[in-house]
Design a binder for this molecule. Structure first.
Ligand SMILES: [Zn+2]
Length: 241
């Protein structure tokens, strides 16, 4: 809130680092730290992150664009039509998701206030700084379907706290289908990519830089700043389900 210069990228770096440090089921690669070293690749990443939630019977591949939205009003309709009111960034996200069977999301790095609500009422939003919303829902705001004056709370109202997908009472039980219904039909993942399997199963201290570099090249991961996996293969079977 107090440091304007801290943008989405730094916040994501910090969050993913914290997440990995508290939870061994989470693994991520800072792809940009690899691609940055390559010449003529200044900022090739189109997307903030790709996150694979992998359970025994379900796989949710999520792709995120991130926005730091702090003020109550801040020309959000224009900001969602980035850059320069072309909406190219959002179109890239939606297009990529539909042709690659990913679920497109916006991650809002934000600060709730007394009037902030989210879709799920099971979790308190007041201690939350990361929200997620389906990109197709956010597109309606970009297209002016909710007027030109859109507030931060208007956007958070169609979002859920990021952590909700793990600790919601319906986590692992139709959570995505309930809150982000337009994913229906988009998902039919039978196989997970080799880099996802690798990250799921490799020991955290044995991630090979060379392997990662090869995956980045082969799977064109340079379009993401981060690639992450979350291993829910054990969680899904928990007896208190
Ligand atoms: Zn919830």
């Amino acid at each position: 809130m107090n440091v304007d210069g801290v943008g989405e990228e730094s916040i994501t770096d910090f969050l993913l680092w914290k997440w990995a440090s508290i939870d061994k089921r989470f693994r991520s690669i800072n792809v940009s730290s690899f691609t940055r070293q390559e010449e003529s690749k200044v900022s090739g990443a189109d997307f903030e992150m790709e996150v694979w939630l992998v359970g025994k019977g379900l796989v949710y591949p999520l792709v995120f664009q991130a926005k730091k939205f702090i003020k109550q009003y801040d020309a959000y309709v224009n900001k969602l039509n980035y850059p320069k009111n072309t909406k190219n960034q959002m179109n890239t996200l939606l297009g990529y998701a539909s042709s690659n069977k990913r679920i497109p999301f916006y991650a809002f790095y934000s600060i709730p206030d007394k009037k902030t609500t989210a879709m799920c009422r099971h979790n308190d939003v007041f201690d939350c700084g990361v929200f997620m919303a389906h990109a197709k829902v956010i597109e309606q705001f970009a297209d002016g379907k909710h007027g030109r004056k859109v507030s931060k709370n208007d956007l958070l109202k169609v979002s859920n706290p990021f952590h909700c997908m793990f600790c919601c009472p319906i986590a692992f039980q139709g959570y995505f289908e309930t809150y982000f219904p337009s994913i229906d039909g988009e998902l039919d993942i039978k196989e997970i990519p080799a880099y996802v399997s690798y990250l799921l199963d490799v020991h955290e201290n044995e991630v090979s830089e060379e392997k990662v570099k090869n995956f980045i090249k082969e799977h064109e991961l340079g379009q993401f700043r981060h690639v992450a996996v979350y291993d829910m293969r054990e969680l899904e079977e928990s007896p208190n389900k």
